[in-house]
Design a protein around this ligand. Structure first.
Ligand code: URA
Length: 197
């Protein structure tokens, strides 16, 4: 096993045993899985969503439900293969009823995400939705201002512990499910992503 795979496995094992999190009890009660992430450990692009939904917790795989189908369609539109990128979330366990993330859940789980980023060292982080945009911009490009309706599709230069990084805020794919009008903007934004790699 190479050292990246070993380190990611260590993170996975820690999340599996993360009894300190209130979401751990929910996971055990519902007999579901945490979702660590999936894809290439050498990915140039890392997608970061919010937290697993029902389908994701049932399978342990990120973005495998309705939002995942939108993400797949967007990637296919610019010939990006899911196996070549890495897809994960900030929070690794499913919040009940898919409610918004609590700040203390982000605080609890984000160190795992930061370690994943350090291992994979992506050139581009594509954030999916406002929670991950806010978290990642604060970490890597803290002077950036503006909400997702302004920043989506705009590459922001940032600084990761391992060097330069580009953060590209994207709308959350689930947004297209209740606001189909957003699909055109999402397709345009994913073209901007393809141009970066
Ligand atoms: N929504 C997310 O933010 N992440 C997933 O993995 C699935 C849906």
């Amino acid at each position: 096993m190479n050292s990246k795979t070993e380190e990611l496995k260590k993170i996975r094992d820690e999340v599996f045993n993360f009894k300190e999190s209130p979401l751990y009890a929910e996971r055990v009660k519902n007999n579901v899985f945490p979702v660590l992430g999936e894809g290439s450990h050498d990915a140039k692009v890392m997608f970061i969503g919010e937290a697993p939904g029902k389908n994701e917790a049932a399978t342990g795989k990120p973005f495998c439900g309705a939002a995942g189908r939108v993400l797949d369609e967007l990637l296919a539109s610019v010939n990006i293969l899911r196996k070549d990128v890495y897809v994960t979330n900030i929070v690794k366990d499913r919040p009940p009823m898919n409610r918004d993330l609590f700040p203390d859940e982000i605080a609890l789980y984000s160190p795992f995400l930061m370690r994943q980023i350090d291992v994979i060292q992506p050139k581009v982080i594509a954030t999916l939705g406002r929670f991950s945009m806010q978290y990642i911009l604060e970490k890597f490009a803290p002077l950036t201002t503006g909400g997702i309706s302004v920043l989506h599709g705009q590459a922001v230069e940032g600084k990761a512990p391992y060097g330069k990084i580009i953060v590209l805020p994207l709308f959350h794919p689930a947004a297209a499910l209740y606001k189909p009008d957003l699909k055109d903007a999402m397709k345009k934004d994913v073209k901007a992503l393809a141009a970066l790699i």
